[in-house]
Design a protein around this ligand. Structure first.
Ligand SMILES: NC(=O)c1ccc[n+]([C@@H]2O[C@H](COP(=O)([O-])OP(=O)(O)OC[C@H]3O[C@@H](n4cnc5c(N)ncnc54)[C@H](O)[C@@H]3O)[C@@H](O)[C@H]2O)c1
Length: 394
């Protein structure tokens, strides 16, 4: 089997500093016989030189379209819009075109036009043999979401008449800096409230939920002040008064069906002046989903304006919602490292999957043909690609 060539492309989406490969994982892949090329990328959290130092070859920024076709192009986010050129390479990325998102057919058409050599292995759908995603950014989404919630609480509680709102936040160089900054802000909250802040996390057993709980612990909340709920605790059906009794509520559930609201305009109004809740962080961000169990806001917020006020709250303190849908961007280094490390075992099986695929280039396979063996993850992703390509062409 000849060496597998992996080409880390630049990210072109604004504010995206994360990376699918890191110097650590690139080195491990090279040790396993991969050839790694890294495009220069000024917006990536890792410096180009960090990759060069571990032995990767640097290539000009955004030069992947002219790379040899045996280069497997790896990246994270969508390619720039308004480009309809064929994509004849194999791409590993989040393409966001399998759930019929806006423009999905046009996106897949680029891979159709890149046949017979093109392939998309969509990172969102790489699953282990138990159907769990092999790599996801959830943990750092929860961790960062809890941090933004704590900062929003600090800004509100610390301001005159609680009129202050959290302003623009920029990515942190590392987790330690974020935690120590937020800890300082929470000390001020404690002085104002006369007690340590309290938080409730729903979906606490999942990836995002574990991240949120870990952040609150790291930021110095008492363990008994971090209420951790998952399926068992919400089985009785909301709305839940317990949510109104904490300062920060973080929602981290994976929503699959309609469920009773966790909190509602009516439950907030009924609590009146007794409400402690000041900040809701909706990490799940099912903002426009008709089944959203937090029907108290309707927009996604952004890092330059992280909160939105809940309309119609007349009694009690102000109540704001954080609904940023790309939270891990706040901690690009650790989020990339965790994601890439989780992806590594699958990447190490890629040479076998590519060697299998080469003789049947351009010919669809079905999921039932994915077989067994560790490289099955890629064959299943290949089968899904053909299925989605077929749907887009129907
Ligand atoms: N905002 C962001 O930047 C961001 C980033 C990554 C993921 N997400 C989103 O976060 C959500 C969670 O992702 P994850 O990877 O942590 O999922 P996960 O599957 O690892 O965890 C979800 C948890 O929610 C629990 N849960 C589901 N329904 C529940 C209910 N009704 N009551 C209580 N608990 C319930 C599950 O038991 C599980 O423990 C997803 O919607 C995902 O798209 C958001």
């Amino acid at each position: 089997m000849s060496a597998t060539n992996l080409w880390l492309r630049c990210e072109t989406k604004e504010f995206e500093h994360r990376s699918a490969l890191t110097p650590t994982t690139a080195k491990k892949l090279m040790d396993a016989g991969f050839k790694i090329t890294v495009e220069r990328d000024p917006q990536r959290i890792f410096k180009d030189e960090e990759f060069e130092q571990v032995g990767a070859t640097l290539a000009p920024h955004n030069s992947w379209p002219t790379a040899p076709l045996d280069q497997v192009i790896i990246g994270l986010k969508e390619l720039p819009e308004n480009d309809t050129s064929p994509l004849p390479h194999t791409h590993i990325m989040f393409a966001h075109c399998y759930k019929q998102q806006g423009g999905w057919k046009e996106v897949l058409q680029r891979w159709q036009d890149g046949q017979p050599t093109s392939m998309l292995y969509d990172l969102e759908f790489l699953q282990d043999d138990k159907g769990r995603r092999v790599a996801a950014f959830g943990y750092h989404a929860g961790f960062a979401g809890a941090a933004v919630g704590a900062l929003a609480l600090g800004e509100q509680v610390g301001s005159e008449g609680e009129k202050g709102r959290l302003g623009e936040i920029k990515p942190y160089e590392n987790e330690g800096k974020l935690v120590s900054y937020v800890k300082g802000e929470l000390t001020k909250v404690e002085a104002k409230l006369g007690r340590k802040p309290r938080a409730l996390v729903i979906g606490a057993l999942g990836r995002c939920g574990r991240g949120a709980v870990d952040f609150f612990k790291a930021a110095g909340l008492n363990d008994e002040d971090i209420v951790k709920w998952d399926m068992a605790e919400t089985a009785k059906g909301g709305p839940f008064n317990e949510i109104l009794e904490v300062d920060i509520f973080v929602n981290c559930i994976y929503l699959t069906s309609k469920i009773p609201s966790f909190v509602s305009p009516e439950s907030i109004a009924a609590a009146g002046e007794k409400r402690s809740l000041r900040v809701v962080v909706d990490v799940s961000c099912d903002t426009t989903n008709p089944n959203n169990p937090i029907p108290i806001y309707s927009v996604n917020t952004t890092f330059d304006k992280p909160t939105v006020d809940v309309p119609g709250t007349t009694a009690g303190p102000p109540l704001t919602v954080v609904s940023i849908d790309h939270l891990p961007t706040l901690l690009p280094r650790e989020a990339s490292e965790a994601f890439s490390t989780d992806l590594l075992p699958s990447l190490l099986t890629l040479p076998q999957a590519i060697a299998d695929r080469n003789p049947r280039q351009g010919k669809p396979i079905a999921a039932s043909e994915a077989g067994t063996g560790p490289e099955r993850v890629w064959r299943e992703a290949e089968a899904l690609f053909w299925q989605k390509l077929g749907e887009s062409q129907a």
